[in-house]
Design a protein around this ligand. Structure first.
Ligand code: HEM
Ligand code: HEM
Length: 198
């Protein structure tokens, strides 16, 4: 038991919660849903920010796993699925989930260049990225065989994703015209009050 190990577990747990939030916010973004009195661009920004935060947290999760001398994991094991010697299946699923996440983020940042169709095709991978990350957490989790807090946390994440997927499958997106404003309206023309300038 050491600080690195606790940090690895903590960042793993928070990464899973943030990944869950990212997926749920993505579904809300697609459906143009936002809480009452909340402009829709807030959901869009939260979705994007949460996804970038996952990457930051995972950087710590992976660094601690590599530095921890109790487990023989090197940097390549974090990106090349199933290639390592330490728990190849469970750590490999983590690497696979990381690769999918990076593909989602890189294509999203390059969306204007690659086009909407290709971006959308890659974005479907979000629905694979989440269960693969969950399988990694359950397979690697220290407490899981004893039914510890990690199991409850994973259960809460699973309920959130199930609700999001249910909403995605059963509710049509709001029409753009009637949805909440997407950004503050900035006047583009200044009207002279008297007409003296016309
Ligand atoms: C910089 C990163 C990202 C940006 C800019 C972004 C942007 C978007 C946008 C604009 C939508 C709405 C698409 C539509 O109107 O149909 C969306 C949907 C979605 N996003 Fe992301 N996204 C990012 C990363 C991620 C990540 C990492 C995940 C992984 C969980 C994710 C999961 C989803 C999901 C599940 C949807 C709903 C897709 C559907 O069912 O049609 N996104 N995203
Ligand atoms: C989307 C990507 C990932 C997520 C969401 C994630 C999340 C998690 C979670 C929730 C746990 C269980 C914590 C516990 O109960 O102890 C865990 C454990 C672990 N993860 Fe990840 N992980 C990801 C990627 C990776 C990668 C790429 C590596 C490779 C370096 C890795 C290495 C580990 C290790 C070694 C453990 C075991 C910790 C222990 O001994 O308890 N993870 N991860």
């Amino acid at each position: 038991m050491n600080a690195l190990w606790y940090l690895m577990r903590g960042t793993g747990a928070v990464s899973l919660v943030l990944l869950t939030m990212t997926l749920a916010l993505g579904v809300a973004n697609h459906g143009r849903w936002a809480p009452r009195n909340t402009p829709r661009f807030v959901v869009d920004h939260l979705h994007r920010t949460a996804s970038l935060l996952v990457v930051a947290l995972l950087a710590v999760h992976i660094t601690t796993a590599v530095l921890d001398r109790h487990v023989a994991i090197d940097l390549a094991d974090a990106v090349i699925p199933f290639a390592g010697h330490y728990r190849p299946l469970w750590v490999g699923l983590g690497a696979l989930s990381l690769d999918l996440l990076l593909a989602l983020i890189v294509t999203s940042l390059l969306r204007a260049r690659i086009g909407l169709r290709q971006w959308k095709a890659v974005h479907w991978l979000a629905y694979a990225c989440w269960p693969v990350a969950v399988a990694h957490g359950l397979g690697n989790g220290t407490d899981v065989p004893h039914g510890g807090w990690m199991l409850w946390l994973t259960g809460a994440c699973a309920v959130t994703v199930a609700a999001a997927v249910w909403a995605r499958l059963t509710r049509a997106p709001r029409p753009a015209a009637t949805s909440a404003p997407t950004a503050p309206v900035v006047p583009t023309t200044i009207h002279a009050p008297t007409g003296a300038l016309r």
